[in-house]
Design a protein. Sequence first.
Length: 126
Amino acid sequence: MPNYWLSEYSSPDDEEMPDEEMPEEEPEDEEDPDDPEEKLNDRQKMMYEQYEQCVEMHGKFDQTSGGNGAHYAPASKNPFIKEGLVCSNCVYFMGGQGCEIVAGKIEANAICKLWIIPEELLGNKK
Ligand code: SF4
């Protein structure tokens, strides 16, 4: 009579041991030339990351000119529109009326002190 237990038994040496599973390397992010962040200079890239970290730790800036404020100026009070200093050119603008780092409704032609706008969008726009 076959010994059921022995016949079912196989030592680990009998089996092919799977290769140690290594996590697959994440592909490096490819640069997207249309990504506004790629158009920033080195100083702006650093500021971009610093403001994002600040917001992660402390929440969004408010719109006031206080210590937690972005000193937001609505479109009707923005004297720099012709120079391209508008929220719609800023890397934080999310479209609609949203900003990644400033709370509340944001107008496309407004501006605040935290703007980060690629150089190619700055200048006198006529
Ligand atoms: S300028 Fe940029 S950071 Fe400031 S409110 Fe407009 S979109 Fe947000």
